[in-house]
Design a protein around this ligand. Sequence first.
Ligand code: NAI
Length: 791
Amino acid sequence: MPSVAEIFETMAWGPAPEAAEPALAWLDQHGRRFGHFVGGQWRAAEQTFEVFNPANRQVLAQVGQGSSADVDAAVKAARVALPAWSSTPGHVRARYLYALARQIQKHSRLFAVLETLDNGKPIRESRDLDIPLVARHFAYHAGWAQLMAEELPGYGPVGVVGQIIPWNFPLLMLSWKVAPALAMGNTVVLKPAEFTPLTALLFAEIAQTVGLPPGVLNVVTGDGETGAALVNHADVDKIAFTGSTEVGRSIRQVTAGSGKRLSLELGGKSPFVVFDDADLDGAVEGLVDAIWFNQGQVCCAGSRLLVQESIERPFLDKVRRRMAMLRVGDPLDKAIDIGAIVAPSQLERITRLVEDGRAAGAEVWQPPDACPVDGWFYPPTLVTGVGPASELAQVEVFGPVLVAMSFRTPTEAVALANNTRYGLAASIWTQDIDQALDVARGIQAGTIWINSTNLFDASSGFGGYRESGFGREGGREGLFEYVRRAPGLRGQLSVLSSGEATTSHGRPTTDHSLPAIDRTPKMYIGGKQARPDSGYSRLVYGPGAQVMGEVGEGNRKDIRNAVEAARAALGGWTGATGYNRAQILYYVAENLAARSKEFAARLAELTGADGVAEVEEAIERLFTFAAYADKFEGSVHQPPLRGAALAVPEPIGVVGVACPTDRPLLGLVSLMAPLISMGNTVVVVPSERYPLAATDLYQVLDTSDVPAGVVNIVTGARDDLAKVLAEHDDVDALWYVGTPDGRRSVEAASVGNMKRTWTHLESELSIESLPVDDALREATQTKNIWIPWGA
Ligand code: NAI
């Protein structure tokens, strides 16, 4: 070891190791062998596998490989515990969560060291970021348990929740999943990642210590097979998953049609955008946090540097100088910046992607002799000379590899930023607030950091747009992943029910002057009536099986045209103000009211039900969503930093809608109105049996200033057309009301671009009581824009 005098000469860092002994002693206490935590007890594992320290390749412990019998026992324990836990008063649940938070704080160093041993991340990070955030997460959600009755009246837990988490933030991901689930009264079966199960086992022990009732939290360790057993278990009500897009996709596929709720937090390829007026030194430090934090094994890592062309060269010079100073090495050394890669398979993947890029012509720069040779390390890497479509610019490397590209204008920056199938996060660096917020609105991602990066807090929802998945974790918005309306407490959309409806129009009779029977309405696409591509029509029958008319038989091509029209209209409609959209929805209501007699007669004729009431309810619903167009506003989160995070609801984009059979006008309006009021454009497949109720609406839409392409209607076989919508990669979300088969088919088909789906069984949903707040939430996705302030 050099003397102090020599260190003064060279200014080299001396070692500052954190002791591993307390964590190793804890492993020894367990004989370095762990079973599963089921029903409050340790359950011996029949098979085990080895868990390694990635910094030195030594075996840390033997951990159970959960079988389907283990998973089954855990799900049973969670089911048994559910009634008591879900009816435990919020205050009592809050006390448990608070106790967990306190225990984590009290054992924070043990948790941090164990995390670093298991995962390879620098102790500075596990000690200063992971573990404090875990404690904050439990404390914050203790608050929501306390407030649930006041703040979420009418909601109850989802039930037994299966949670599958990755290895990059083992305990933090546990807290993101377990804290809100328990706060809302669910019981949990958690499967940690096979590379990093140790802190979850320590957490289980702590849950035992605080006396968490048996079965409320169960931990089954194992690999993907154990995860799959949990996903496939028939008695699990919801799956929450964080991990690779590939596995997320397979989970979507196998849960399709099962009625299981699902939230997915998947990969990313997040842009880090630097404008020429940015504080460049600040941006370089930000970049270090964005891509070299946790060895770049971060789903929202700023892995794509987009730098304005005029400063590209000086900025990259600064980046290289800074990279040369990063220290890669023993993660337990407190002066280390970059630790070890979690496993050899990940190291191989990173190496392969970089070498393939190099072979394809990319320039790869790494600081000389950066890495120790003992464990699984990879040096900080800068890649230049790649095109936006190259593999390295598109694929999630999940390692300390930064890919740099340049842009000229803000518009080009936004286009490049969005040139990815993902949409998890983005970081924007500029001193110009107008530019920052403008670009923040333009980038399609769930989290945007302005002049900052990788900020996380329990108060602010985190989650993706597009193929980065769906669902939010954290904040008030994250709670809705773990609640459902208690039966019998559905929010009422409308105060009118058919029985109560009164109208001056009187009940229509069937001897009205109806349009001639042989009229054949076309599709409604891009604001125009279009002939069906198929050249076929289908007959429409009334209640007594008499022929009422014909409508076009829509096919794949009609859907394609409708989606194109909806996409073309999206920019203008999303950009319109909420006030403007409200005016248009009121106008639709007004014009429907003007023709209510005709619509009521038509509905009565078609369905044999009370048409007057249905028209009145549809009008009221249009009013409701017109009212919300400028009132569903989001919130301002107050994370513990100098600044705020603006949670802004944004439209999802082009949404496909498959309508229920009965109450054809009300069904269509109830699904269309929330979507367009929030700025989405829609392709609607109306009631298959009563499509004339929709086709009559064309003129109403035309006369109400609804811009062409905002609403498109394709008549025909609902389940076939819904499947085409689900398969279409330019449709961003799908709402479906129909049959179990149809639901399974659309959920499975939606995996292509990881569409968000909102599905209901016709037999279970009464469209008149579709909850307003659910519809608004499903019509939007929240973007959190973090704005630090202060000099
Ligand atoms: P992975 O997606 O296979 O693993 C995540 C979790 O899912 C683990 O607990 C695993 O045991 C479980 N799992 C695997 N197969 C499953 C199945 N069929 N059913 C249910 N659960 C299953 O991720 P992996 O292989 O560890 O990493 C591969 C790549 O995935 C990384 O290089 C990275 O690109 C990405 N990744 C992204 C993460 C993120 O947070 N977005 C986290 C981890 C990985």
